[in-house]
Design a protein around this ligand. Sequence first.
Ligand SMILES: Cc1ncc(COP(=O)(O)O)c(C=O)c1O
Length: 385
Amino acid sequence: MVYLDNNATTPIDPAVAEKMIQVLAEHFGNPSSLYPIGRKAKDLINEARAHVAAALGASKASIYFTGSGTEADNQAVLGVLDALPDKREFVTSAVEHPAVMETASYLERRGIKVTYIPVDSKGTIDLDALRAAVTPQTALVSIMHANNEIGTIQPIADVVRIAREQGALVHTDAVQSFGKIAFQADDLGVDLLTISAHKIYGPKGVGALYVRKGTPLLPFIHGGHQERGLRAGTENTAGIIGFGEAARILPLHFEADAVRLHRLADRLKSGIESAIPKIRFNGHPQNRVPTTLSYSFLGLEAEAVLLALATKGIYVSTGSACSEESDDVSHVLQAIGLRPEFARSTVRISLGRFNTDADVDEVLMVLPEVVFGLRKISAWDPEES
Ligand SMILES: Cc1ncc(COP(=O)(O)O)c(C=O)c1O
């Protein structure tokens, strides 16, 4: 198998799996219980919090575990809007993950004014439009750090500066940047930041929200006192500890992974571009996560490419995993101005820690064959594109 869908999810690092199995087998105590096995579980959760905080460049107290990246996004957006009832405006971008997009629609249904900042053809937000949209009535600006479909990195320092001028708080969804590009949460200057374990070789079903000290925030899940009252519900102990382990080993891999994966991705990119004509690279040429490669293969349906590759054991995705089950054209590809037929031909290839040179060789051998073969049997006329 050649797994090249690391933006959808990453394989669990064996060290993480081992740690989780140990927790599941040996540490079943409820972290809220006061006797020793409960205390042990709580201590392990707090160790995990320290590892996540260290990997993010943040204090331990600023990290709250959640049930997913999606939940952390919901918590950030709804929690700030609820905590600041006098401010009735929310600003976000046209290329956010559905976890923010759908929360924004929900806010609109609740009567909040939402502005979606457009992006240019490379996926970068329009800072002039942002400046015009943020007002003293804006409670929160939520702009993602790196895009999941095309990898474009947003100018978060500029977003923070513009928001601050009007007294607005800032959230960033850093699910796709954490572990891939170097940053420290405290230095980014945001008030809230979302991450997810399963994009950094940890388990699915656990995320975290970084909350800068003093940020007004109300819980949206109600119940017990877990996570200092922000996230009720008995903790996913093994998941959280797996997240902690994935974060602990992240810095040990970071430099080597970054150099090696950048080289692999560049080799794949130039190989694809020299072997296959009539393709379009989507995303920013420089300001992007280098391991995300999005290509439109003109004349083809992305699903056909995906399924043909899958029969050869190569796993990639169309647009983004989150929109895979719907027929809608990706809102991100629409926002960068792709015509629907280009958007429908778009395939995302995303590399990760376990990819090798042999994987790149395999794709460079199989993908051109697949594209040429499918184009031959399609009704596509290359002269028309
Ligand atoms: C940018 C971004 N935000 C949020 C999420 C959601 O994270 P989770 O799968 O943990 O809910 C994803 C996952 O695809 C993502 O790519």
